[in-house]
Write a protein that binds this ligand. Structure first.
Ligand code: ARG
Length: 569
């Protein structure tokens, strides 16, 4: 059943709007009823405070009138200078639990149905291993792709692999000059990159030969292309291995590599020239945006093309061929200017008709313990594979003190899921645009705002439900909910709303915060409400239903973050 279950917040908002229409003159209605979750009641509205003056009524009096006009099985009282406090009915709450459990996807709607959204994420540069700098784009992009897809969007994942840049000139030239170099292995390619880079930086004559090699590559020189193909294939294999290990959705089918646009670059640039949008500057061909001094260099002085031209061809492809309604670029905040210029150019040439359809989704940096860029002890960038290994060690150490009934294979699976979860959650739970400090001990902690904590909360529920047996009884809405049950139900009921919030703000940390709140409400519930030893079979049945809904919400929520929820831990 793909029924959409209407959340309590929507019910309360609708009822308050209706009450406003009943007591206010028509020109005063239709305003936001300003409903918020509240400590005083289930929800509180400050609408009377905002409207009182305009309506020429004292806020407190207006609040009384609104409260008196509220129907739909809701109870309303007034407090303070004019707040309306609304409580939903006890029976309604239990019915809501039953409705969500019975509905497909917990009754979450698909408000984005019919929208095609391209999500550009990960985009590593080939011939370098995936390192910590790629973590955020990969993890945030994946969570957004999953969440938008869950809300009905037709998501097209695009991995804009950097496979065409100057690094290849350097690598291929180096191999040409050092035929004995061992490099035909994914682990060796990274080392090759470092050696070639050193030669490039130290020897200007080599650097010049390397640049010539890029020209040969881009012009289609067969010998150069053959080596290039091998390097690309090796790298892609290594990336896929990490994506699979990370549980990221990206596959080879999502590759949207820079090289794929090579034969469109002449045409793209010609289109800009024909439209009169280009300016020659020191031999380079530039496109300027209003109010920005820096140009977008669409053709370099030496006649070659670079990242800007490729991104123009890419955005044209996404708009015209993929027919994207929206394009999200989940890329480092430091590329803000690049995207501003690319979007502006695409808008001016008429491809991007609605400028809001393309968005740069920037994120902050991952920092080391000292608050400086995260590096290994020897000053190298940290490989993602090493990071995951370290997280697994950390998880294993933490789990070692925990009693469990897992066999060796299950334990290995749990360690893997918990380590990946720890790294992803630590990244996702930080506000997207802020830098954060990578702190392994904290991210694998069993107590606190971590994936492991949420995974445990979930597994404990599954264990409890398994213990309860197959026949868990029918829910009885007539039993008044305990305050801890009420709080948990209302939390769970807000799942839909938080997913929409994530889709709107493109901030997965909101979902993390939500799930953490659910886990905390669950702890309060356990403290106040025995489940298996409930005072009566009917109460037990209600509590078990609530546990099922909690487990399902945690599992689906973690799933949308790209984090597995093992059944046993
Ligand atoms: N390869 C680029 C980098 O490492 C990221 C690609 C982002 N996507 C794009 N369409 N430019 O910086």
């Amino acid at each position: 059943m793909s029924t959409v279950v209407v959340a309590a917040t929507s019910l309360v908002e609708d009822e308050l709007s209706a009450a406003m229409a009943r007591v206010l003159p028509p020109e005063q209605t239709g305003r936001d009823p300003l409903v918020r979750p509240s400590e005083q009641a289930d929800f509180q509205s400050g609408a009377a405070l905002a409207l009182g003056k305009a309506a020429g009524v004292a806020p407190r009096e207006l609040a009384e009138r609104l409260a008196g006009a509220i129907r739909g099985g809701l109870a309303a009282t007034v407090s303070g200078p004019g707040f309306v406090n609304v409580t939903v009915g006890d029976e309604w709450l239990w019915r809501q639990v039953a409705a969500r459990l019975a509905a497909d996807r917990l009754g979450v709607g698909e408000p984005l149905a019919g929208q095609r959204v391209v999500v550009d994420y990960s985009g590593p540069n080939i011939a370098k291993e995936l390192h910590v700098g790629h973590l955020r784009s990969t993890v945030i992009g994946d969570a957004l792709a999953r969440t938008l897809g869950h809300l009905g969007a037709d998501v097209v994942r695009q991995n804009h692999l950097g496979d065409w840049g100057t690094q290849f000139g350097m690598l291929i030239q180096y191999l040409d000059e050092h035929p004995d170099e061992q490099w035909r292995d994914v682990a060796l390619v990274d080392a090759l990159y470092r050696t070639a880079r050193q030669a490039f930086d130290a020897d200007p004559a080599f650097a010049e030969r390397a640049r010539q090699r890029v020209v040969a590559l881009q012009a289609g020189d067969e010998g150069t292309l053959a080596v290039w193909r091998e390097l690309v294939a090796l790298s892609e294999q290594a990336f896929q291995w990490i994506y699979d290990r990370l549980g990221v959705l990206l596959t080879e089918a999502d590759a949207d590599a820079e090289s794929a646009f090579n034969d469109q670059l002449d045409e793209v640039v010609a289109e800009f020239v024909a439209a009169g949008l280009t300016v020659q500057s020191e031999g380079a061909l530039c496109v300027f945006a209003d109010g920005v001094a820096a140009p977008l260099i669409i053709r370099k002085q030496n006649g070659g093309y670079g990242y800007p031209a490729t991104d123009l061809a890419t955005i044209r492809h996404r708009l015209h061929t993929l027919k994207a309604d929206r394009i999200l670029y989940v890329v480092d905040a430091r590329q803000a200017l690049h995207f501003k210029l690319v979007f502006d150019a695409a808008h001016r040439i008429g491809w991007l008709t609605d400028p809001r359809a393309a968005a740069h989704v920037p994120f902050g940096m991952v920092l080391g313990p000292g608050g400086t860029p995260f590096k290994t002890r020897s000053g190298d960038t940290v490989r993602l594979a090493d990071l995951l290994d370290a997280a697994e060690d950390g998880v294993r150490a933490v789990l070692a003190d925990k009693p469990h009934e897992l066999d060796e294979e299950q334990l290995a699976e749990v360690v893997r899921a918990a380590a990946v979860g720890a790294v992803k959650y630590a990244d996702l739970s930080n506000a997207r645009t802020k830098n954060y400090v990578f702190d392994l001990d904290r991210m694998v902690s069993l107590s606190g705002d971590t994936a492991v904590y949420l995974q445990y909360a979930h597994a404990r529920l599954r264990t409890l439900l398994a213990k309860a047996g197959a026949d868990q009884g029918d829910l009885d809405p007539a039993i008044p909910p305990h305050p801890a049950e009420r709080a948990l139900i209302l939390r769970l009921d807000a799942f839909d709303a938080v997913l929409r919030e994530v889709a709107q703000t493109l901030e997965p940390h909101r979902l993390c915060g939500y799930l953490y709140g659910v886990a905390k409400a669950l702890t309060d519930f356990y403290g106040a409400c025995p489940v298996l030893k409930a005072p009566s079979p009917a109460v037990r049945a209600n509590r078990l239903a609530l546990c099922r809904l909690t487990a399902e919400t945690l599992a689906q929520g973690l799933g949308l973050l790209g984090i597995a929820a093992p059944e046993r831990m």
